[in-house]
Design a protein around this ligand. Structure first.
Ligand code: NAD
Ligand code: BTL
Length: 505
């Protein structure tokens, strides 16, 4: 597909319209596959956050909430469905922008846009279903009382998202937040904001009530931090690095503001000796090289049974050599560039540290020779790894897999759990009972059996340990934005009778 000569020049999306950032500053957009500057995005600051939060508050309370926050879920569902339809109409264009902005292969970006549309549709259905779940009765042990539960939108929510799946990660928050009746301020990553700004255009096209969704782009410290600390933001939903997550939690704690955190990972993939090696190799590749390994749940620690380790690694290298690494717009590309120069340097430093610490770079570890420009890194396989090495312990967020061998199931589980993170884990074996045992033993929020990475909007997503807390997607994703209210009624004609009535004399 041909790249457009220019990307759209957008403002901040606040109160249903476009606004220039208060300080007039903009940030360059660099295509990481060519290193060319292809446009710019607005750089919001605290002044803009103020406007966006105020627009969201107005939208939440407008007309007593009749048109949004207290409207039947079916009303909000109509808007979500309209957004989904527009995303589908614009799928190719949005995918192209996502690729130009992030370096991911166009096929992957197109798949992401399908997931975005599906997520809006899914939460439209849950918004409709919410009406029927209101006033759910609670069974009480005293007949004189009746109790039921209302589920109400939390209020104005701040949604702060990363660059690896820019529009999809934003949608995982925007769709359920809007379905619940919240109003929102979305702050996507400064490294890839183009498609999120287009979402603003879509909201305007479908006539979403002004202020229901506001989108402010800019740096984390200048736009994200004031959003997280804003006293009129009722909840922060964050996806990003563990370091930033910690900061957000500290800030939010000052106001006892609820947060949900989807953070980093260092997930294991355990492969036993009873498998079809090529099938397992393909999952290992998908688990760590899809999206150039910039996946929170990447299974970047490969644990191989010692009996198959040599054969497995030979095949892994052969498959890795056959990946098409190219401009991500080229047909059949399966490994694009990483998102930025900063990320490129960070990944390269991880590889050189691994080498210095005594690990072996079995394959890759460098820029592909045929690509002179762009932030490309070969798929990289690292062996002779010890559990004290940085490459074993820290999230790389690049196309880098490190490998260790094991002898017994117990040893495999110990290695799998040898991490501060707890987002995901995977096991490949023909022995399904063993897979079930291991899925219980792995300390993570997600376990894949005989695969790695498939993700469905219906199933809960989120981590344990330093990978965060709270769950996105499914019903759990909607509950993130709902507050549960108990309503209890005294329904007897009799006086309560705890106090003796005062004397009538
Ligand atoms: N668990 C998940 O579902 C999931 C999904 C995708 C990415 N991630 C994680 O995200 C990380 C990569 O994303 P990233 O580099 O964009 O993360 P990041 O933490 O650098 O940035 C994430 C977002 O936070 C903002 N931000 C930065 N500093 C801030 C501050 N002080 N206050 C408020 N906001 C601030 C950024 O501008 C960006 O919008 C990886 O660690 C990855 O594992 C997790
Ligand atoms: C689940 N996924 C891969 C879309 C996003 C995690 O980075």
């Amino acid at each position: 597909m041909a790249a457009p000569s220019a990307i759209p020049r957008r403002g901040l999306f606040i109160g249903g319209g476009w606004r220039e950032p208060s300080l007039g500053r903009r940030l360059p957009v660099v295509n990481p596959a060519t290193e060319a500057t292809i446009g710019d995005i607005p750089a919001a600051t605290a002044e803009d956050v103020e406007l966006a939060v105020s627009a969201a508050r107005d939208a939440f309370g407008r007309d007593g909430g009749r048109h949004w926050s207290r409207a039947p879920g079916a009303v909000r569902a109509k808007y979500l469905k309209a957004i989904a339809a527009k995303i589908k109409d614009k799928k190719s264009y949005l995918a192209l922008l996502e690729t130009l902005d992030s370096g991911k292969p166009l096929d992957e970006a197109a798949g992401d846009m399908e997931d975005v549309a599906a997520c809006f549709e899914y939460y439209a259905d849950l918004a409709e279903a919410l009406d029927g779940k209101q006033r759910a009765p609670i069974s009480l042990p005293m007949e004189k009382f009746e109790s039921y539960v209302l589920k109400e939108p939390i209020g104005v929510v701040g949604l702060i998202t990363p660059w690896n799946y820019p529009l999809l990660m934003a949608t995982w928050k925007v769709a359920p937040a809007l379905a619940a009746g919240c109003t929102a301020v979305l702050k996507p990553s400064e490294l890839a904001s183009l498609t999120c700004l287009e979402l603003g255009g879509i909201c305007a096209e479908i006539g979403l009530p002004p202020g229901v969704l506001n989108i402010i782009t800019g740096l984390g410290t200048e736009a994200g931090a004031p959003l997280a600390s804003h006293p009129h933001v009722d909840k922060i939903a964050f996806t990003g690095s563990t370091e930033t997550g910690k900061r957000i939690m500290i800030t939010a704690s000052q106001m006892v503001k609820p947060v949900s955190l989807e953070l980093g990972g260092k997930s294991p993939l355990i492969v036993f000796d009873d498998v079809d090696i090529d099938k397992a190799v393909e999952w290992a590749m998908f688990g760590c090289f899809a999206n150039a390994g910039q996946v929170c749940s990447a299974t970047s620690r490969l644990l191989l049974h010692e009996k198959i380790a040599k054969r497995f690694l030979d095949r892994l290298v052969a498959w890795a050599k056959s990946i098409k690494i190219s401009d991500p717009l080229e047909e059949g590309c399966r490994l694009g560039s990483v998102v930025s120069e900063g990320q490129y340097k960070k990944i390269m430093k991880f590889i050189s540290t691994a080498r210095c610490e005594g690990a072996t770079i079995l394959y890759g570890g460098a820029r592909p020779q045929h690509l002179k420009r762009g932030f490309f890194i070969e798929p990289t396989i690292i062996t002779n790894v010890s559990t004290s090495m940085q490459i074993w312990r820290e999230e790389v967020f690049g196309p880098v897999i490190c490998v260790k061998e094991f002898r017994t199931e117990r040893e495999a589980v110990e290695l799998a759990n040898d991490t501060h993170y707890g987002l995901a884990g995977a096991v490949i074996s023909n022995d399904l009972e063993r897979c079930e045992r291991i899925s219980k033993a792995i300390q993570s929020g997600i376990v894949w059996i005989n695969c790695s990475q498939p993700c469905f909007v219906q199933a809960p997503w989120g981590g344990n340990k330093r990978s965060g807390f709270g769950r996105e997607l499914g019903q759990w994703g909607l509950d993130n934005y709902l507050s549960v209210k108990q309503v209890t009624k005294y329904c007897s004609d009799e006086p309560y009778g705890w106090y003796r009535p005062p004397s009538k004399l």
